[in-house]
Design a protein. Structure first.
Length: 435
């Protein structure tokens, strides 16, 4: 009996095993699949942790930069701040000194522009100077003499203006890069008034008037004649220009701003101040800020340690933002601006590789040996891009210069660059550094 029970049990057990074998097979396959998924997930997480342990900033924990893919050489960039989903990770590491930073970078260019002070290259907000290439080379429809429509760019318009400037050399004045910046500033801001402090031979007055036939101009200069042996000053024939020079000289900060604003003769929000006077730039910016003037373009924005005059060496926005001993002034200037940007040179310094001259001690000129860590990406990259080379040679040929920049005149035209910048100032009541 015992033997029969054992045999029957074995038969029933084998029968049950045989009946359930397909279900058991499916269960084992499902379990194996889940084990594979878990293994791969663990391996992935381990790799991520190891990668970040080697370089915490390699991924996107703290800085997310989105570059436009339209043209890798066009210098465009938009910077995004820390995404919300990553704020917890940043907060966890803030005690170690790692903080969220906004910055601008460019492909094939060593400089980084930081949105904070104490750097060689600083930027803030959204200035039209950051879109210089697009604004100059986008095509617009313009009527010609036959009432037909043809496409032309702002660069085409500028070249016609610049080619006919009153002083072709302008030894102690603006040349191509800074003329491009001033022309674009007037076009973009469309000011009701431009206050030009520093006239010299009148080339900048000429550029302002060519950019806008309707704006009022205050042309300010203590001298009745230009320096550097530049002969006769160009005088704007328009009755919209008031000449505060020579015997009629009145300094920028001595004008009756309160009275003119009260009488509605001046609109602070649509006034552009162009500083080319080699005086204390920081004090002059703070001075016009008191009256609510919003836009300032600084022509000679010298780097740290450079300058043609004593004030040039200790007062420019670039120096205030970079120099440790001017951190208080730099902080105030940065806090009181909506936007700050340096205009890009037309081409990089390497285009002057054939020039045999020496670097000017005072600064203001680029040379091929520059490391380019403290200037923004140029508008054109003829050193890397064939189309850009065509655009550059077109500019040089149109103006009658050698694109190789071998001769001194061609070199000075294209390599004269002093980080000319645009500041859009805040309009609130905080006007002085001590407030």
């Amino acid at each position: 009996i015992k033997q029969n029970i054992t045999m029957n049990s074995n038969i029933n057990l084998n029968s049950r095993r045989g009946q359930s074998s397909p279900q058991r097979q499916q269960g084992r396959q499902a379990a194996q699949s889940w084990r594979t998924v878990i293994f791969l997930f663990c391996a992935f997480c381990t790799g991520i942790l190891y990668e970040r342990a080697l370089n915490p900033c390699l991924l996107d924990d703290f800085i997310v930069q989105t570059k436009t893919a339209k043209d890798k050489n066009n210098g465009n960039l938009r910077s995004n701040s820390l995404p919300q989903k990553q704020s917890a990770a940043a907060a966890a590491l803030s005690s170690s000194g790692l903080q969220d930073q906004k910055m601008r970078q460019w492909d094939n260019w060593p400089a980084i522009a930081y949105e904070e002070v104490q750097h060689a290259l600083v930027t803030k907000g959204d200035s039209f100077f950051n879109q210089a290439r697009e604004l100059y080379y986008q095509k617009t429809q313009q009527p010609n003499n036959d009432s037909d429509k043809q496409q032309q760019t702002l660069m085409d318009e500028f070249l016609k203006v610049y080619k006919n400037r009153p002083d072709q050399t302008n030894l102690c004045g603006i040349r191509i890069n800074h003329a491009l910046a001033l022309f674009l500033a007037v076009k973009q801001i469309n000011p009701t008034l431009v206050v030009e402090s520093g006239v010299n031979a009148g080339v900048s007055t000429y550029i302002i008037r060519a950019a806008s036939p309707t704006t009022k101009i205050f042309a300010i200069d203590p001298l009745a004649k230009p320096i550097c042996g530049q002969g006769k000053r160009w005088v704007d024939p328009s009755d919209l220009t008031t000449n505060y020079w020579g015997g009629n000289f009145t300094d920028l900060l001595d004008l009756d701003w309160k009275g003119m604003i009260a009488k509605k003769e001046v609109d602070p929000a649509s006034t552009l101040v162009f500083l080319d006077d080699h005086l204390h730039t920081y004090n002059r910016i703070a001075g016009v800020r008191k009256f609510g003037l919003r836009h300032v373009v600084v022509e000679d924005n010298y780097k740290l340690g450079e300058g043609a005059t004593p004030f040039d060496k200790k007062s420019t926005p670039k120096q205030m933002f970079h120099g440790e001993k001017w951190k208080k002034e730099g902080d105030w200037l940065f806090d009181n601006t909506v936007a700050y940007a340096e205009f890009p040179p037309l081409v990089p310094p390497i285009m002057a590789a054939a020039f045999k001259g020496k670097r000017k001690e005072a600064g203001g000129f680029m040379v091929a040996a520059d490391d380019n860590k403290d200037i923004v990406h140029p508008m054109l990259r003829p050193d890397l891009n064939e189309d850009d080379m065509k655009l550059y040679t077109h500019v040089a040929d149109t103006l009658g210069y050698d694109a190789a920049l071998v001769d001194n005149e061609s070199y000075m035209q294209f390599m004269n660059y002093n980080q000319i910048c645009h500041l859009e100032l805040k309009s609130d009541e905080k006007t002085t550094i001590d407030n």
